[in-house]
Ligand binder design. Sequence first.
Ligand code: AMP
Ligand code: ZN
Length: 119
Amino acid sequence: MAGEPQSDCLFCKIVVGDVPATIVRETATTVAFRDINPQAPTHVLVIPKAHHTDAAALATEAPELAADVLRAAGEVAAQEKIDEAGYRVVFNTGAGAGQTVFHAHAHVLGGRGLEWPPG
Ligand code: AMP
Ligand code: ZN
């Protein structure tokens, strides 16, 4: 069911501490941790604690939680001091776009110049 923990989900395991992560921020409903394979000097993932498969499902199933994730992304950017230079928030959605973990997550990327359009 939407929002319920999934036993085979890597990010659900990070939420409960069964898989270690470098957590940089935690709120009542979200966790933010460093990406294990960073694509920029600052690369943090922000996830809802509840399991939703992608950003669109999250926004449909739990809109207030989607807002929590976006707010936390901005707070992480400020905490990491990339907010003034500018940063990117990315939700890869679907395997064809590079989504490999099907628990909604925002990539917060910054600390270098970011080209537009992205690859
Ligand atoms: P995506 O490809 O958009 O689904 O993003 C999944 C991200 O999770 C990738 O950028 C991976 O590098 C990252 N990742 C995978 N396993 C871990 C882990 N154990 N801790 C932190 N980040 C991870
Ligand atoms: Zn999950």
